[in-house]
Ligand binder design. Structure first.
Ligand code: ADP
Ligand code: MG
Length: 205
């Protein structure tokens, strides 16, 4: 650990997921990036769930011996000056494939959720075996709170002026994005995200 990188390793069993979430929350608190915690813990949670599903067991209670024989999953969190990267490694060489989510089915929603929460995600086989699935988020600075006493009230005359007209449409350089997200899918994913966050709050994760 060099101050900007944190590692997590665990046997590929279900409890790797809540522990991985806790690991991510601790790392973000340590970096003063708590405001990114929800997105990052959810991404870590989805990627670790997939890593365990691809290589490990679904059995909740394991003996010491059983746990010892399981393959490992690992997560690494890294911050640079501009990005935060969540990497999850597992021993399987099979690469993830985004499924087309069926209406109302909760299966196949993990990677679309990750897509929603990060700037980009990708996967690559690791030279020492297995593969890494990684998600990159832009590093968002913590919101700045300005003490009320420091805020100057606007001059009375200025408040009567016509508000400056805002552009009705802001275009990014390079024109329209190539892929338009499906609005209905986004709404469904947002609902799923809300439910998942609700569940995490309920279990105190
Ligand atoms: N780490 C992984 N290793 C191998 N296959 C994976 C991995 N992650 C995801 N996949 C494949 O991609 C599919 C889509 O993943 P996801 O969107 O999370 O949906 P779900 O996990 O509900 O099936 C999975 O069903 C699986 O086949
Ligand atoms: Mg999944």
């Amino acid at each position: 650990m060099d101050g900007m990188t944190y590692w997590f390793r665990h046997a590929a069993e279900p409890r790797a997921v809540p522990r991985g979430r806790q690991f991510a929350a601790n790392a973000l608190r340590d970096w003063g990036l708590e405001h990114m915690s929800e997105a990052v813990t959810l991404i870590a949670s989805e990627l670790l769930t997939n890593a365990v599903a691809a290589t490990g067991t679904t059995k909740a209670e394991l003996s010491y011996r059983e746990r010892e024989t399981l393959p490992l999953v690992a997560a690494r969190l890294r911050v640079s000056s501009r990005t935060l990267m969540v990497e999850v490694w597992d021993t399987s060489r099979t690469l993830p494939r985004m499924r087309t989510p069926e209406t109302d089915a909760e299966d196949g929603r993990g990677l679309p959720l990750v897509t929603l929460l990060c700037e980009r995600w990708d996967t690559e086989r690791h030279p020492s075996g297995g593969k890494v699935v990684y998600a990159v988020l832009p590093l968002a600075l913590p919101p700045v709170r300005v003490a009320e006493a420091q805020v100057e009230p606007p001059p009375v005359a200025a408040s009567r002026e016509e508000p400056e007209r805002l552009p009705t449409r802001v275009r990014k350089a390079g024109g329209e994005p190539k892929v338009r997200p499906d609005a209905a899918l986004l709404t469904r994913l947002e609902r799923l995200l809300e439910r998942k966050l609700g569940r995490l709050v309920a279990i105190g994760a």
